[in-house]
Design a protein around this ligand. Structure first.
Ligand SMILES: [Zn+2]
Length: 427
């Protein structure tokens, strides 16, 4: 199937104002998560737009998912357009939720102000700009080549920012992200318009609790302080674990460079009186101290070893430190994911970047996870990448913005890549 690229790109350029309007309207729906505000309105907005352009639209509420309630339904929308002939399905998946704006803004986070060539607001970069670019890309492609074979899907999904269980995971469990329904998935997360994101590192979150014995705070020697025991844990991690993690390097092209090593973050720590108490405390020796750790691991590491490295240090303390005892509880885990560079979706997007931007793309891996994990683990679909406009570092920051030209460029890349995937042209 011959495609006049210049004509396709001109069509996309001609939709500049429409792209800006679409992005602004999406940003003005404050789909803040938590709690998961306004999902239904946003899903319907997207569904109605695509229905008017020949897509069959399905609304799927993730009933029973974490956070789902009558007040905050976890609403998802999946839109599908069957092509003129049999062929593969290309799916663009965007999350519709955004994180809370936080402090430090110079723009109203939900006004979607256009200043020069940028649109400011929460979610412009992560990732309503990417969603809008994929919608415009698909609409322009279908106008340019109405008789394309195969099918195109666009979904708007809930809860990516809180793990994706009321969104992509829920849909993946119901076959929405598996073959034969879907063959290639592109997630327009803000990874920069010239980079193909192949996957992400792994995650292990756990809560470590050190145990002590309660006593009067004026006579701490009669009790056993759980916070001091946790201090020993922190000291042991500093001297043994952090240096070891810094030594581990991955062959995965993780960005930024610091994330090419294993990392651990002390997410939070609490010992003693109940959290949130703000009177005068009772004089007590704390008998419990809890710490949440956030360990990011590499594709070369095994999760069992990652855990053993931590429990090994804790067990060592149990034998070397008087009265030391601990408990550990797994909270969350994700196995690293990385799509092969030879996958059709990678090759197509990479060659489209070359065609549009006239440069060779960078291949990257994300330091944190995103919904690709569910498509890989639950959907068992290897052909998934993240590719979209927006600067990764701006995500979740105050004064988040997306550049309109970047959205247009990435829309061209997405349209050309989708065309090539649908027609079987991969180079
Ligand atoms: Zn995102």
């Amino acid at each position: 199937m011959n495609l006049d690229r210049d004509q396709l790109f001109a069509r996309i350029d001609a939709k500049r104002d429409e792209l800006v309007t679409l992005t602004c309207e999406l940003v003005r729906m404050p789909t803040v998560n938590p709690p998961g505000e306004g999902y239904t309105e946003c899903a319907r907005y997207l569904g109605e737009r695509l229905e008017a352009r020949g897509f069959a639209t399905q609304y799927v509420r993730a009933e029973g998912a974490v956070g789902d309630s009558e007040r905050y339904p976890r609403m998802n929308v999946v839109c599908r357009r069957e092509g003129a002939a049999a062929g593969p399905t290309v799916h663009f998946n965007s999350h519709i939720d955004v994180v809370e704006p936080g402090a430090g803004w110079h723009h109203d986070p939900f006004a979607a102000e256009v200043v020069g060539s940028r649109i400011y607001g929460r979610g412009t970069c992560d990732m309503k700009g990417g969603l809008a670019a994929s919608v415009i890309a698909v609409e322009a492609l279908l106008e340019a080549s109405p008789a394309l074979p195969g099918s195109i899907e666009i979904s708007g999904t809930a809860d990516e920012e809180s793990g994706g269980y009321g969104g992509v995971a829920y849909l993946a469990e119901r076959g929405f992200f598996s073959q034969p329904r879907v063959d290639h998935v592109i997630i327009p997360e803000p990874l920069n318009k010239d980079r193909v994101c192949l996957g992400h590192r792994g995650v292990w979150w756990a809560e470590i609790e050190t145990l002590g014995r309660i006593a009067h705070g004026s006579m701490p020697f009669l009790g056993d302080c759980a916070v001091r025991h946790m201090g020993a844990v922190v000291a042991a991690f500093e001297s043994q674990l952090f240096p070891r993690l810094a030594q581990k390097h991955t062959a995965m092209p993780v960005v930024p460079d610091g994330a090419k090593s294993s990392t651990l973050n002390f997410n939070s720590m609490h010992g003693g009186l109940a959290e949130g108490f703000d009177g005068l405390p009772a004089p007590l020796v704390p008998d419990s101290c809890r710490m949440v750790i956030d360990r990011r691991f590499l594709i070369e590491e095994d999760l069992t070893d990652v855990k053993a490295e931590v429990t090994g240090i804790l067990d060592e303390l149990r034998s070397s430190r008087a009265h030391f005892d601990y408990r550990i509880r797994d909270l969350f885990e994700v196995i690293p994911s990385m799509t092969e560079r030879s996958a059709d979706v990678v090759v197509s997007v990479a060659s489209a970047i070359e065609a549009v931007l006239d440069r060779t793309p960078d291949y990257v891996v994300s330091p944190g996870t995103y919904d690709q994990k569910h498509i890989d683990r639950i959907g068992r679909l290897g052909n998934c990448i993240a590719y979209g406009p927006g600067i990764l570092d701006l995500a979740h920051q105050p004064d988040e913005y997306v550049a309109i030209d970047d959205m247009l460029d990435s829309a061209k890349v997405m349209a050309l890549a989708a065309h090539n995937l649908l027609t079987g042209v991969t180079a």
